[in-house]
Design a protein around this ligand. Structure first.
Ligand SMILES: Nc1ncnc2c1ncn2[C@@H]1O[C@H](COP(=O)(O)OP(=O)(O)OP(=O)(O)O)[C@@H](O)[C@H]1O
Ligand SMILES: [Mg+2]
Length: 260
């Protein structure tokens, strides 16, 4: 099942022919000539991108380059001004902050997006166990640490078995150690569940450690697109890692030698 997102003006009804045409595009994400214009400036400028099912893609780009704008469009929270995007209906987003409902216990937050019998405590507990948080099922969100809250947000995203997982700097607010643990967790969960994953990050090393493919968003388009030629488990360092790191820093406009 796939959804066509991109119709502007929004009042125009989506045409079934577009949904049918997804059969010709078996990728998890297909973006064709998508533009998003704010105050006369094209933040996304006829951007094209395909992501395969199960592929883990990291998206880098300077602050203000349009990463969140792109994610919001893929999540269905915003619509492009021109162009089309195809995404799976089953898709979820994890933002930089966990966005838990404070008045609901953790387990209820996890199944908040599910309906009827699917929103069961058993299902919530299973998802919480996957992120190492089963023991906090009955806690109130305000009593969680930052890392715990973000793991709860991850459980909430995964409980819906998304075909597309959208992550907008999900580790940015965490301390270095928690961040490393979260990176491993995301890697393991993405492997276990197999969604296509689009991870927005400012951290070049994080991108190389986690992703199958790294993109740089520049001037409204994908300005750089490379596979990461390293087997898992990965660690920082080594010639291939350093070469890609230098290249990405240069694509991001960081002069050589200043990224250390
Ligand atoms: N709703 C909006 N109205 C007007 N301008 C917007 C809106 N949303 C985003 N922008 C502008 O679009 C540009 C891209 O914003 P976006 O949030 O996508 O950047 P980003 O790459 O995610 O940046 P960061 O790395 O700082 O999170 C920015 O200049 C921002 O001010
Ligand atoms: Mg952003």
């Amino acid at each position: 099942m796939s959804t066509v997102l991109s119709y502007k003006p929004l009042a125009r009804p989506a045409r079934p022919a577009f949904a049918d045409s997804f059969a010709a595009h078996p990728e998890a994400v297909r973006i064709e000539d998508v533009s998003r214009i704010f105050a006369g400036a094209a933040v996304l400028d006829r951007l094209n991108l395909s992501v395969r099912g199960g592929e883990f893609v990291a998206l880098l780009g300077a602050s203000g380059s349009g990463k969140t704008t792109l994610l919001r469009i893929l999540a269905g929270l915003d619509a492009p001004d021109t162009g089309q995007a195809w995404v799976p209906e089953a898709r979820t987003v994890v933002f930089q902050e966990p966005r838990l409902v404070q008045a609901m216990k953790v387990w209820k937050n996890v199944v908040i997006g599910l309906r009827g019998a699917a929103a069961s405590r058993t299902r919530a507990e299973r998802a919480l166990a996957e992120v190492g948080l089963a023991h906090r099922a009955d806690a109130w969100p305000a009593t969680l640490s930052g890392g715990e809250a973000q793991r709860a947000a991850l459980a909430r995203a995964l409980v819906r078995e998304p075909k597309l997982l959208l992550l907008d700097e999900p580790f940015a607010a965490l301390d270095a150690l928690t961040r490393m643990k979260m990176q491993r967790l995301i890697h393991d969960l993405a492997r276990a569940h197999g969604p296509a994953t689009l991870l927005v990050t400012h951290d070049v090393e994080e991108a190389i450690l986690l992703a199958d493919r790294v993109l740089v968003l520049k001037e409204g388009r994908i300005g750089f697109d490379a596979r990461v030629p390293l087997p898992h488990p990965r660690k920082a360092g080594g010639p291939a890692f350093e070469a890609l790191r230098e290249r990405l820093l240069s694509e991001l406009g960081v002069p050589p030698g200043t990224g250390d």
